[in-house]
Design a protein around this ligand. Sequence first.
Ligand code: 5GP
Length: 207
Amino acid sequence: MDLSPSPFLLLISGPSGAGKSSVYLPLMEKDASLRFSVSCTTRPPRPGEVDGREYHFLSREEFLRQVDQGRFVEHFTVHDQLYGTRRADLDEMLAEGHTPVLDLDVQGGMRILSAYGDQVVSVFLFPPSWEELERRLRRRRTEDEQEIRLRLENAHRELRWADHYGYWVVNEVLEQAIDDLRAIVRAERLRRTRWPRPPLESSGRER
Ligand code: 5GP
């Protein structure tokens, strides 16, 4: 008896430094049906990042060629670099019964919501405070001062879109935030509308 729930996409947005990957990566390690949606980007890899794992790192020319071919369901400039999600990558994961996990900025998030509608479970991740967000961005030491300023400015802009997301999670205590995301995924799999049919149906005989 196959009662697997109809597939959905898990969209996660929130300001850079909110800790999105720290929240979804541990969950993905334990749940094989969650699959990271590897975006394309023109930004250079950071130390430790692997092409095809965190991102497909493309030259600007290659990125724009794929835009012309209509391969992106959404693509935007984020922090002065191009980022995009390929439609075929998402559709392939859904067809295999997997749950794509999309870590996107709010512009991309809105586009995914309009392209996939009710199939999207959207989560906005908040840092606990502005002070903490700035501390986290500085602690990462991956961006220079100008980039940190740019990311903080963008964070203000991103927060204005939080109302469009179905769930809000505050990443104050990491373990708690991971647990919250786990609860969302679990509840969404149990949503009545995702069941292909009832697990047990009335035989029609009334007593
Ligand atoms: P980072 O360069 O720190 O990895 O990512 C910067 C921002 O780009 C993050 O907010 C991330 O969510 C967003 N991002 C990553 N991939 C995509 C994508 O494919 N499309 C869009 N619109 N945003 C993305």
